[in-house]
Design a protein around this ligand. Structure first.
Ligand SMILES: Nc1ncnc2c1ncn2[C@@H]1O[C@H](COP(=O)(O)OP(=O)(O)OP(=O)(O)O)[C@@H](O)[C@H]1O
Ligand SMILES: [Mg+2]
Ligand SMILES: [Zn+2]
Length: 351
């Protein structure tokens, strides 16, 4: 496209743009997050100004039909709950999480169930068709309605979507996708944002739900999913300890449901298994009659979950004791200490 591209500095955390470099982002305050990118005013502006569903005119709200508001069930009720009841037609969902946490596994896994009623296009820019096939075999996915496309050119992909007209599209991952009209390399903010915008227009105009995978990167070498959060309809974070097999899926943003719900999974040889009773799973293996531990109930969305809290205190050699909390709010802990100290009569000031 015509139009001279100029160098701008953009924050990888929030997408703030500035003609000058800064050590600290003036918008979100992140340090060392400003990276050099190419501004492409002609293509990105005109494209993003256009309506998401093609040309549209003002319509009275009571004339807009919502009858075919339909949700596709994924076969994983834990995932459905986090999505607010299933995948909404025409929505763009972002699934992100640490490397190797199981994003590709989850997407491929739900294809078996979804493929019974839908035609699915799985686009991968990360793995070869053979690799995907190997994983699919391990996960027991062999639905003929699942089509695999290994491609990174978004324009080619959207053409393919328009001609194939699948009922559901999965993009793994958005950082590998490439918009050939942009000069910057795949994974840069400009690319990631423009590719996501292209997918958004595709989802809205064809009314096809699209699920995209986004990588999280702390050092900011690849554009984090942060810049995408406001473009997409729902953002799901997949988290967990890599040493542990438990994985937790939570919605950070959802235009079609609550963001309080979590889904709990267990990663194994045949993929992700749903953990219907997370309390039981998390408390299993807890030593009996051990001191310094207690079990409490916490609300996660619409269901209560039993969690274990462990505490340990030793005499401090210093005047001010050092207190630490892991997985627990530090300020809340300080408050509880104060209450126990003053009201409970236990002296913690030198522990
Ligand atoms: N044979 C196996 N048995 C048990 N678990 C396995 C097996 N093969 C892979 N896994 C699990 O699957 C995880 C990788 O899952 P997956 O490739 O879906 O992650 P991802 O989030 O897509 O990663 P990436 O960011 O690299 O694309 C591994 O970390 C491992 O826990
Ligand atoms: Mg993957
Ligand atoms: Zn910023």
């Amino acid at each position: 496209m015509a139009g001279k591209s100029k160098v701008v500095y953009q924050c990888v955390e929030c997408g703030y743009e500035s003609p000058k470099w800064a050590g600290k982002c003036p918008e979100c305050g992140a340090w060392n997050s400003m990276t050099e990118t190419m501004a492409e005013p002609t293509t990105s502006r005109s494209a993003s100004v256009r309506s998401v569903g093609g040309l549209s005119r003002p319509v009275p709200i009571n004339e807009i039909s919502t009858e075919d508001e339909h949700r596709y069930h994924t076969g994983l009720s834990e995932l459905d709950r986090v999505l607010g009841g299933g995948i909404v037609k025409g929505s763009l969902v972002l699934i992100s999480g640490d490397p190797g946490i199981g994003k590709s596994t989850m997407l491929l896994q739900i294809c078996e169930y979804l493929g019974q009623s839908l035609r699915i296009l799985y686009v991968s820019g990360e793995e070869s068709a053979r690799q995907i096939k190997l994983r699919a075999t391990r996960l027991g996915v062999h639905n003929p309605n699942l089509m695999i496309l290994t491609q990174t050119d978004v324009q080619y992909i959207t053409e393919e979507i328009r001609s194939e007209k699948p009922d559901l599209v999965m993009i793994d991952s958005i950082q590998t996708m490439n918009h050939t009209e942009l000069s910057s390399s795949p994974g840069s903010i400009t690319q990631v944002r423009e590719c996501t915008n292209t997918m958004m227009r595709c989802a809205k105009s064809l009314d096809i739900p699209i699920i995209i995978v986004g990588h999280v990167n702390k050092d900011g070498a690849i554009a984090g999913p942060k810049v995408l959060e406001h473009i997409v309809d729902a953002v799901l974070y997949f988290e967990g300890d890599r040493q542990m097999t438990y994985r937790i899926l939570r919605a950070v943003k959802n235009r079609y449901g609550s963001t309080n719900e979590i889904g709990v999974f267990d990663m194994g040889e045949e993929g992700l298994r749903q953990v219907e009773n997370p309390s039981q799973a998390m408390l299993s293996g807890r030593p009996k009659d051990a001191s310094g531990t207690c079990v409490t109930a916490v609300m996660e969305g619409s269901r209560p979950i039993l969690a274990e809290i462990q505490g340990l205190a030793t005499t401090s050699g210093f005047g001010t004791p050092r207190r630490m909390a892991t997985g627990f709010d530090y300020n809340l802990m300080a408050l509880i200490f104060a209450v126990v100290d003053i009201r409970g009569g236990y002296i913690f000031s030198n522990l």
